[in-house]
Design a protein around this ligand. Structure first.
Ligand code: MG
Length: 203
């Protein structure tokens, strides 16, 4: 499986990163070795001094497809969840300055903790789902999928023009405003609405 991450999908986050507004979805990949499941701890990597959380709604691809039209895209995912797109911001900044790919800042081992998945039909409107991250009991990032620049179907349609989607692939749909650093011993709890989805520690 592969992890497809959307960048710059919330206007206020685009502004906070001083990035240009995208005309089409921007995406990058993480390898399957980035996955962390079952609330296992995140071990702070030695190669960065500035690991940031990015809290994101995720969804799982349920059948193979390519060149998927937007109007049929809803058939390709059934479940959503929550993930953290951990980013080595210091390394990313250096990559951007040099015009290099971002992989070392985004695709490193354990950079993608994911929650359990919930059937999407539990939600009356997928483009109106609130979510948040608390660190040590304090809310640090809040978002709502209504603020996404590109909807779930648009993301599926766009990415599948270039890359075949396969069963089990996971999309990270972008982070809202409010990214920030984590440090060793932090307790991260992330929620969809008021349901606890992720609960793990930085070690
Ligand atoms: Mg992200």
């Amino acid at each position: 499986m592969k992890i497809i991450c959307i960048g710059r999908n919330y206007l206020d986050h685009v502004k906070e990163m001083s990035s240009p507004l995208p005309q089409d979805p921007v995406f990058f990949l993480k390898p399957d070795t980035a996955l962390v499941k079952n609330n296992k701890p995140f071990y702070y990597p030695h190669f960065s001094a500035e690991i940031h959380y990015e809290t994101e709604i995720i969804f799982k691809i349920c059948k193979v497809g390519k060149n998927i039209q937007e109007k049929f895209a809803h058939r390709y995912f059934e479940e959503i969840g929550l993930g953290i797109d951990f980013t080595a911001r210091d390394l990313q900044r250096k990559c951007i300055e040099k015009g290099l790919p971002w992989e070392i800042s985004k695709g490193f081992d354990n950079s993608a903790p994911v929650s359990k998945f919930i059937k999407k039909d539990k939600f009356s409107d997928l483009q109106n789902i609130s979510f948040r991250l608390d660190i040590n009991g304090k809310s640090v990032q809040m978002g709502n999928t209504k603020d996404m620049i590109f909807t779930f179907p648009r993301l599926i349609s766009h990415v599948s023009q270039f890359i075949t989607l396969q069963t089990g692939d996971i999309f990270f749909t972008g982070t809202p405003v409010g990214v920030g650093p984590v440090k060793i011993s932090d307790q991260l709890r992330a929620y969809i609405k008021d349901e606890l989805m992720l609960d793990f520690r930085i070690k």
